[in-house]
Design a protein around this ligand. Structure first.
Ligand SMILES: C[S@@+](CC[C@H](N)C(=O)[O-])C[C@H]1O[C@@H](n2cnc3c(N)ncnc32)[C@H](O)[C@@H]1O
Length: 277
């Protein structure tokens, strides 16, 4: 994976990601540059060789490849929409069959033992399943005490209590409207911090907004457009107009405590507690 000279996605801000081929990043993208986001997220985590890491909502497993290569960790690359066959091919091409295992699973039915992971990493996926009060209690079961959970999601720079800003509801010149109902899962760093702080299974919660995240998002959209590799019409214009007033990326990181966590999504729980008899 040598850096490509035709598409410049390199930059001093993301030195690790700069070592990866730009065409590979664009071909396998499922959203704003996953490697940039993974690099920013892992700056606030401590990953060591041999650790067991869950890459939750890994998409096309680019972040799993990044984690295994950059930190020497073992990765369980879990996704719902992408088949493990597809991801295994990419893992093989990267020569990382040893440390990476692609798995098809839904985020509420993860087939792993309690306390199995040293860390969970999730890039641009957690907002699809993790915004309720219960999910972190469930996920944290899979992490050993002292282990880490880190997510980065598209989010809000400030609350939008007064409503979605008009410039995100107007069609861009390509006809695409940025804001869809699903965007209501975008939350501020304060919102995420408060949610995670209500969960006794984690401690040391930190949440922050990526400086200039909107610019990275726009730049990646522009690179996709320029390369003719966009899956959906570009959002660059809306991001440019917004200029970080509303949109960006939020990172949330915490450490697992020793507190017991129950799996409320286990269909056997009714029998286990004696109410299903
Ligand atoms: C926007 S894509 C990002 C993929 C990848 N992390 C990346 O950045 O390239 C969101 C991913 O979340 C995954 N996802 C969404 N809901 C999920 C769920 N309930 N369980 C597991 N994965 C889920 C999808 O399969 C999809 O690959």
């Amino acid at each position: 994976m040598e850096a490509s000279s035709t598409l410049d996605l390199t930059g001093a801000e993301f030195p690790r990601s700069s070592g990866y081929d730009a065409a590979w990043m664009l071909d396998n993208q499922m959203g704003p540059n996953a490697l940039w986001l993974a690099e920013w997220l892992t700056e606030s985590m401590k990953l060591e060789p041999g650790m067991r890491v869950l890459d939750l909502g890994c998409g096309k497993a680019m972040t799993s490849i990044f984690l295994a290569r950059e930190f020497g960790v073992r990765v369980w690359a879990v996704d719902l929409w992408m088949s493990p066959d597809n991801n295994w091919r990419r893992v093989q091409e990267a020569g990382l069959e040893g440390p990476i295992c692609p798995v098809l699973a839904e985020a509420h039915a993860l087939p792993f033992a309690q306390g199995f992971f040293d860390a969970v990493v999730s890039v641009d996926a957690y907002h699809y399943f993790g915004t309720d009060e219960l999910y972190l209690h469930y996920l944290s079961r899979l992490v050993r005490p002292g282990g880490q959970i880190g997510v980065v999601v598209p989010g809000l720079a400030q609350p939008i209590d007064a409503g979605v800003p008009a410039h995100l509801l107007q069609p861009q010149s390509n006809g695409k409207v940025f804001w869809e109902d699903e965007c209501h899962s975008f939350k501020t760093a304060d919102w995420w911090r408060a949610l995670w702080n209500r969960c006794s299974k984690v401690e040391g919660v930190s949440a922050d907004l990526q400086p200039d995240g909107w610019r990275h998002w726009r730049d990646f959209e522009r690179a996709l457009e320029a390369a003719g590799k966009a899956t959906f019409p570009s959002d660059a214009e809306a991001l440019e107009k917004d200029a970080g007033r509303t949109l960006g990326f939020v990172r949330v990181v915490a450490r697992r405590t020793e507190a017991e966590a129950v799996n409320l999504y286990d269909s056997g729980i009714g029998k286990a507690v004696g109410i299903d008899r």
